[in-house]
Write a new protein. Structure first.
Length: 325
């Protein structure tokens, strides 16, 4: 039964590399034949170097070093061409040498492109395997957490935080109100992907079990970093209101004064999310939703960031007001 599945990128690149290798071997055999004809025509006048070079190319092929073989053969071509020019057969065979040179150069280019594609495909395959392993680990952790986290039926509400809150105070409040630190984030420079610290608790809201969560993102200064966008204060107020409300800033050393932060935001150089901040969110308490929530953002093959979308996610501002879904 025919296999209708298209070849993978690695399989396709391997086929192209094999075709290029066969072409190089063909060119080697042709050059051997031409070199032999040349040797017979000019008797002992020929320097033995081309013969040794051809042997070197053959050894490179045996070692699977086709790039080295091709480069060696390209060095032989001019010598063979010059020698042929001294013989009666030169006019008839010189065109074969020119065609061989063109084919050999083309094969070398194809081989280098194919081998680079093979390496890229292998890296992508390794990354995909690691990602599948990581996602599997997240799913297992979500199942365990969903079973082990206690259900709080009368949870104490978070304080209202109209301004930046010290990180120590926020973590202390979360711990005292039944939040568990379930994921340690990997924090980075402004503008780089975020991997949050996650605190959560399982509570009942209007008769429904939900996960009440706080995500903390530490954003360290990134000298020279710029979003490259210029906005007026009115544009900032009109267009970024939702984003600003769900990003509640922390009172930590890397966050500048309120005045400097507003200046950076109004200039378009930075957004509020580029400073250390926290989020307050809720979503229906299921294992699947929890696995999605715990999955950190990742970069897709097109370079864009991929964020898992959690069904029913609600977002709150620092005063506990519902902002959006």
């Amino acid at each position: 039964m025919a296999d209708n599945n298209p070849p993978s990128s690695e399989e396709q690149a391997t086929r192209e590399a094999d075709a290029a290798k066969r072409e190089i071997e063909y060119c080697q055999n042709e050059l051997k034949e031409l070199g032999l004809q040349t040797a017979l025509d000019v008797a002992g006048i020929i320097d033995p170097t081309p013969t040794s070079d051809l042997l070197s190319a053959a050894n490179s092929i045996r070692r699977n070093d086709y790039v080295g073989a091709g480069l060696t053969l390209l060095g032989v071509v001019p010598y063979v061409g010059d020698a042929l020019g001294k013989t009666a057969k030169g006019a008839l065979i010189a065109s074969r040498v020119a065609r061989l040179k063109s084919r050999l150069e083309s094969a070398l280019r194809s081989l280098k492109v194919a081998e680079a594609a093979i390496q890229q495909a292998k890296k992508l395959n390794r990354a995909q395997k690691l990602l599948r392993h990581a996602l599997s680990a997240v799913e297992k952790a979500a199942i365990r957490l969903h079973k082990e986290l206690p259900l709080l039926r009368n949870p104490r509400l978070l304080k209202k935080h109209p301004g930046p809150v010290p990180l120590k105070d926020l973590v202390g409040e979360l711990t005292s109100k039944g939040f568990y630190h379930v994921k340690k984030g990997e924090h980075g420079l402004q503008g780089l992907p975020e991997s949050s610290d996650i605190f959560l608790r399982k509570i009942v809201v209007n008769g429904e079990e939900v996960y009440d969560c706080v995500r903390i993102d530490r954003r360290f200064p990134n000298p020279g970093f710029s979003r490259g966008v210029s906005k007026t204060p009115s544009q900032i107020q009109a267009g970024d209101k939702l984003s600003r409300r769900v990003h509640s800033t922390l009172d930590v050393p890397e966050v500048p004064s309120q005045k400097d932060m507003v200046t950076d935001m109004q200039s378009g150089r930075l957004f509020k999310g580029d400073f250390s901040h926290w989020h307050h969110e809720q979503f229906p308490a299921t294992e699947k939703n929890l696995a999605k929530y715990l999955t950190p953002p990742r970069r897709g093959s097109d370079g864009r960031m991929i964020f898992e979308q959690v069904p029913g996610l609600k977002k709150f501002d620092a005063s506990g007001q519902l902002v959006g879904r």
